[in-house]
Write a protein that binds this ligand. Structure first.
Ligand SMILES: Cc1cc2nc3c(=O)[nH]c(=O)nc-3n(C[C@H](O)[C@H](O)[C@H](O)COP(=O)(O)OP(=O)(O)OC[C@H]3O[C@@H](n4cnc5c(N)ncnc54)[C@H](O)[C@@H]3O)c2cc1C
Ligand SMILES: NC(=O)c1ccc[n+]([C@@H]2O[C@H](COP(=O)([O-])OP(=O)(O)OC[C@H]3O[C@@H](n4cnc5c(N)ncnc54)[C@H](O)[C@@H]3O)[C@@H](O)[C@H]2O)c1
Length: 470
């Protein structure tokens, strides 16, 4: 076994591991990066990139089908394999950025093998024993497959196999109405498949119900069947003919996508040998993302919190401080946005209205503005949408947006929450006309207008001043 001594050994070359490796090596640390499968991890190969590329193909099809602004729709000719080629081309275009060659070029030593702890200070990977001052577990997550009787007897898809399909499913059943389920439901419906989502609870149940309804109404109008409150009791059938039994009756389709959540990918790591404790959600970490082994930090999905690429990247920026410079660090969550890339999109940062109400009670004020009052939305015929801002003592603490471009619109509020800006700061902003971005300013306006327009003191001051002015 070859022995390697290094400053930092990172397990997993996905969103978190790659950001950390690139940052650490460029700041002067010796870095070993261990990846057992594909560079780029889930986001590039089986997650964000393929799902957004497929959604883009689906949006193209839908805009032809739907027409609008006086242009009649035409039924598009859909070549599902060509749409999947577009997906693979998007992955291939981004892949060099995440490649072994690029990282070796930066000075990172990349080992392409699965890593596992031998003891609290050493990892074995591909015939090497790596002794590092600090380790980072950045091994991500994988689909959590529920123990539904019969599921293991039928061929089912997950996000790891869906994007390999070359033929469009005739009728795609989707188990789980979370972000993966709803994004893939809309993509497949728009590409011409029949789609039924089977959700045990409420679809998009982490989101504000009023805003989730805007998205779900649209999906249903496009022909996606969403069955809520339906737990799958049993699955039977074979390739091309699959039945999901629920208390609401049997639901039949040709393909089944399981999208019922994700579990941390920790099983290969031999964590017990390193004294690293876990919870059901992931590695047990403190607010500084340090595990129960003080030499080992955790980033991204493996840390058991929010499962997003930008969170993995943010974690990389947090742990690099103590690892390289011995400085204290703390990972927050209050300023982290999330977006579901359905059309319309659904974006959230901080607490929803119900969550904020539970914490802040009567101190909570809600500022709202509907997209139907935005001139750009009217001009482009996309008026479905709403922004809600949760405000406590003049500061936004949470924002929910459903509507076209919600994922981009939430960026302004991510800046506001990260920097403790006030509603007055948003109101000061001059937004270009006509843009969807004006909805943020109008929400701030909605917060201040009762204070300004329904205030007798303001009216009195204006009357007095008008009398005195020459
Ligand atoms: C369908 C889908 C769509 C998504 N869309 C979005 C989106 O639009 N926006 C968003 O922000 N997030 C999205 N996500 C979530 C996002 O992909 C993850 O949050 C992100 O990839 C997590 O990054 P990570 O670094 O923790 O893990 P990953 O990126 O998954 O990387 C982990 C890496 O570790 C490797 N590994 C595992 N065990 C070992 C080991 N023992 N030794 C060596 N290597 C190991 C794996 O092979 C993998 O390459 C999506 C996820 C899915 C499934
Ligand atoms: N746009 C994005 O940023 C994006 C997109 C996709 C995924 N992701 C990430 O990946 C994570 C996982 O996504 P997901 O959609 O798989 O998980 P999820 O946990 O968000 O949703 C899973 C859904 O499946 C339901 N469910 C669970 N067991 C069921 C059963 N037996 N029968 C019927 N329904 C059942 C749950 O009630 C839940 O609504 C997300 O939480 C998110 O962090 C992000």
């Amino acid at each position: 076994m070859a022995r390697i001594r290094t400053d930092l050994c990172i397990l997993g070359a996905g969103s978190g591991g790659l950001s950390l490796a690139a940052g650490a090596v460029q700041m002067g640390a010796r870095v070993v990066l261990v990846e057992g499968h594909r560079m780029g991890g889930d986001c590039l190969n089986y997650g964000c990139v393929p799902s957004k590329a497929l959604l883009a193909a689906a949006k193209q099809a839908q805009s032809m089908r739907q027409g609008g602004c006086g242009i009649p729709g035409v039924e598009p000719q859909i070549d599902y394999a060509a749409a999947m080629d577009h997906v693979q081309a998007a992955i291939a275009t981004i892949a060099p950025h995440d490649s072994v060659e690029r990282f070796e070029g930066l000075g990172v030593r990349v080992i392409q093998a699965w890593g596992r702890f031998l003891n609290p200070r050493e990892v074995e990977a591909g015939g090497h024993v790596i002794r590092a001052r600090r380790f980072v577990i950045a091994t991500g997550s994988r689909p959590a497959i529920p123990p539904i009787p019969g599921l293991d007897t039928v061929p089912y898809l997950t996000n790891e196999t869906l994007f390999d399909l070359r033929e469009r499913p005739g009728h795609l059943l989707i188990l789980g109405g979370g972000p993966i389920g709803m994004e893939m439901a809309q993509a497949h419906r728009r590409l011409g498949a029949e789609v039924t989502v089977i959700e045990a609870d409420r679809a998009l149940n982490r989101e504000d119900p009023e805003l989730a309804a805007i998205v779900l109404d649209r999906l249903r109008a496009e022909g996606v069947t969403v069955i809520e409150g339906a737990r799958a009791d049993r699955v039977t059938g074979e390739a091309g003919a699959i039945t999901v039994e629920t208390a609401q009756g049997p639901i039949r389709g040709t393909h089944l996508l399981v999208a019922t959540g994700r579990m941390p990918a920790l099983d290969r790591l031999n964590l017990a040998a390193a004294g690293i404790e876990t919870t059901h959600a992931g590695v047990k970490v403190g607010p500084d993302l340090r595990s129960t082994n003080r030499r080992v930090y955790v980033t991204g999905d493996a840390a058991g919190g929010m499962q997003f690429t930008h969170v993995a990247g943010y974690h990389a920026g947090v742990v690099i401080r103590p690892i390289l410079l011995g400085l204290p660090a703390r990972a927050g969550t209050a300023h982290i946005p999330r977006v579901t890339y359905t059309d319309p999109e659904l974006a959230q940062i901080g607490p929803t209205e119900a969550e904020a109400r539970a914490t802040h009670g009567p101190r909570l004020e809600i500022a709202r503005f509907a997209f139907s009052g935005n001139d750009r939305a009217i001009a482009t015929g996309r008026t479905e949408g709403l922004i809600k801002v949760m405000v406590v003592r003049g500061r936004p603490i949470g924002v929910s947006i459903a509507g076209e471009g919600a994922g981009d619109l939430i960026g302004l509020w991510a800046l506001a929450l990260a920097n403790g800006l006030k509603m007055a700061d948003i109101a000061k902003m001059v937004a270009p006309y006509p843009t969807l971005g004006e909805v943020s300013k109008r929400a701030a306006g909605a917060y201040f207008s009762p204070r300004l327009f329904e205030n007798p003191w303001v009216k009195r001051a204006v009357r007095i001043t008008q009398r005195l002015l020459p």
